[in-house]
Structure formats: C-alpha cells, structure tokens
Write a protein that binds this ligand. Sequence first.
Ligand code: HEM
Length: 487
Amino acid sequence: MSDQNPTGPLTTESGAPVADNQNSQSAGAGGPVLIQDQLLIEKLAHFNRERIPERIVHARGAAAYGTFRVTADVTPYTRAKFLSEIGKETEVFLRFSTVAGNLGSADAVRDPRGFALKFYTEEGNYDLVGNNTPVFFIKDAIKFPDFIHTQKRDPYTGSQEADNVWDFWGLSPESTHQVTWLFGDRGIPATYRHMNGYGSHTFQWTNEAGEAFWVKYHFKTDQGIKNLTAAEAAELAGKDPDSHQRDLREAIERGEYPSWTVQVQIMPVAEAATYRFNPFDLTKVWPHADYPPIEIGKLELNRNPENIFAEVEQSIFSPHHFVPGIGPSPDKMLQGRLFAYGDAHRYRVGINADHLPVNRPHATEARTYGRDGYAYDGRHGRAKNYEPNSFGGPAQTNRPLWEPIAVTGYTGDHEAPSHAEDNDFVQAGNLYRLLSDEERDRLIDNLAGSLAQVSREDIVDRAIENFRKADEDYGKRLQAAVQALRG
Ligand code: HEM
C-alpha cells in the first residue's frame, strides 16, 4: 500500500486532466454554476457517498493485524489445520470496540468491549467474535433487539436513558451476572491492550476421528489488567475521546506489540447433559475448578491498518465463519448470531464484502459459484458459474466442518433447559462474594450512581431486588446507597 499520492496531473475519476481544482465553472464571473462542470459534480457526489451505515452495535472501534502462534498440542480435540502443530503461526486481524456508542463516541466509557478476531487460516477465515466479558446480559437472540434499544438512544429524548436501561435489566433477571461484571472495576478498561478477551459462547471442536468436545476461549492480556475509575474515565472521555484507538496505534508504532495468552476450557460432550449449569447458557461461566483453562497459544498484534475506512470500517466478522474442526453449539444466542452478522454485512458493506482485501482469505482462496452484484470485480473471468458442470472447477468435499448433535422433542418457543444449579442469580452472587471490600465499595457506588438517575421507584426497586436475590448484602447495600443519593 502506498503512503503517497502519485505524481503527475490531477485527474477526474475517469482519468481526464483537471485544469482548476479551486474554482468551479460559472456563467460569467458572478453568474450561476454550470452543470457541465464534471469535476464539481463528481466531487460533491462522491463526498455525499463517503459513509456506509455504521455498525448497528459496536460502531466505535479500532483494529490491528498480528500473529497467532500455537503453543500446545490440541490435535486430540480439533482437526483445525491452523491449530495442528506447536509453533505454527497464522495471520490475524483483531477489531476492538465499544458496544452502545455511535461511530464518533468516546472510548473511555462503561460498556463491554468487543474482541472480534479473524484468523486467516489455510482452510478459510475463522472468526471468533467475542467480548472482554465471559458472559452476556441475555440468553436468547430474540431479546437482542429489545436489549440494544435500551442501550441506544430513546426514540423521544434522543439520548441514552437510565430508565430504559434499568427497566430492561430489572425485567430480565438473567442480566444480573453481566451487570455485576459491567459495574465492577473491569467495566471500564484503561485501554484495549489491558483487558482480556473471551469467545464467551461454547463452541464445538472435533478431532480427526470425529470426536466432539465443547470449548470456551479465553485471551488473557500479557500487559496486565488495567482499568479506569468512573471519575478517571469521565475526565479522559472529555479530554481524549479517541484514547483507546490512539493507545493501540501508538503502542504498535513504538514496537510495543500487545499480546494475549490464549487458553481454552474443554468439556467432553458426554458431560454436558449432566453438568451443574447448562453449558450453553451465555449468562454463565464454567467455573475454572470444573474445567481448568489450558494454554494453547499466543496472540500478538504488530501491524496497524493503513486505511481506517478500507480495513476497519469495511471489515466484517461473522460467528458463522468456521473452519474444519470448529463449529457452533446449540447456545440460542450463538444460533441467532449465525444469522445476524452475514445479514448485517450484506446491508452495511454489500454482497461482495467478503472479497475486500481485509475480509477475503489470505492463506487460501474463496472458490465459489457466487457471482455479480454491486461492486463485483470480475475475478472469475469467463469460468462457468454453475455446479455441477462438465467444465471443471471446485467441487464439494462431502465432509462437514463439524459433527452433528443429537436433538429430541417438539418444535416450539422453548426456554433453554435448566440444569441442577441453574438460576439467574447464583453466579452473580458468587462473583459479588469473590470481590474485595474495596471492589465491592466501587461496585455499589457505580451501580447506585446509575440507578439513582432512574425516574420511577418501581423500576429501581425491581432492579435492586435482582441484586438482593444474588446476595442479601449486595441488595441491602445497594438500596442504602441509592436512597442516600436520591435523598
Ligand atoms: C443474539 C445476539 C446478538 C446479535 C443479534 C448481534 C448482532 C450484531 C450485529 C448485527 C453486529 C454488527 C455487525 C456488522 O455490522 O458488521 C454486531 C457486532 C458485534 N457483536 Fe454482536 N450480536 C449479538 C450478541 C453478541 C455477543 C454475545 C457478543 C460477544 C460475545 C457480540 C460481539 C460483537 C462484536 C465484537 C461485534 C463487532 C464486530 C466488529 O468488530 O466488526 N455480539 N453484533
């Protein structure tokens, strides 16, 4: 990629030399502007079309390229080629983001951070579209649009409203675990480099013999965890709205390449049915005592994108981009996401988004019979555009990427199955009890500061009740703190 414009005469988009780039053509020196001024019309029209729709969530972000290196033998669990040998390296692209803010919003805010990772493997691109939190607010994709509406701008006020946020959380008790996480110290990372990443969902790995395992991914920052207090963040967000983006770019420019230690938790499929928690419930973790994380690799970021629009704004990540040996679990959130991202990409970037340099496979090539559409570059030349055909070309492998799972029962609007120790509060309570006294103080302060802005008592009471169900002391302290603020 070039870092300089070419020399020679300035031209129009069609290559004709430009005589004057300062003055538009007009009928006489003081008269109206002429429609024959191709340059003026082309410049204004191109300018009007510079933006594509911003991501409906995670609009604000920053990204970098890097390398993933395998450090352990995981061939007993997966046949994915990029994981097949200790020492093997794969190019990656990682986009970090906040969730609720618009494209131009500040980085230093209380919000989960996206951790969207693309592995450019020799068997196609593998995308792991995670967050910096191991759990999420809800456990069924059907609630996602409602949830996000409460995080975004109110249809009347045009601002984010504490009423909407807390109304939804209070009425969705499964959010209590993630809300506890969000209002704790890790709710505002100091930078993108000083936080962990998680695949969050449970995924399927399958080995060469066709045995399946359930896995969860963890990316532990080698920079150490660093967070901002609410007061520090408020000041930084005002002084330097681009703080996270700047920090990442500058660290890489200085040669201080951020890295993460990659771990997985592995559950044999036979244990899933009787595990004490539903292993596909995104509001729950698998406690490390049950399934200890095993180190499998190192992730390093070492190259900044050259052009933010081309490589970051137009980048697309899909939970449906799997490679042989890796697949989905029946987690209802993940299942919804398998649809949502490709659909968003077709709307936001277009039907040929997969073929842009940042998105296409780098270690293999896409071989499809898909053709045409907006911005098609003709890369297939005159080759036949149907299959089967008698003229040669790519053919199916007859080997699915992942193994089938057994299902039973009737179709219907089912709640996900509840296991022996499942309820909406148990892990939120465990997390609260794990915190130090100072961490609990800050958690209560942060929650109370937000809850005190709610206009209706019933919404406040319902929200506090969820924390009380997680831990009696948690609810009691929060109630007192909110009362103190509301007077
Ligand atoms: C059913 C629930 C969900 C739905 C329907 C959903 C949908 C979406 C959509 C439509 C986008 C914008 C994609 C684009 O325009 O390129 C997006 C972005 C994103 N989502 Fe989700 N999401 C869901 C849950 C989650 C969860 C649970 C996580 C993390 C564990 C997550 C992580 C992300 C990230 C990191 C991005 C930004 C990707 C990027 O950097 O381009 N989402 N989501």
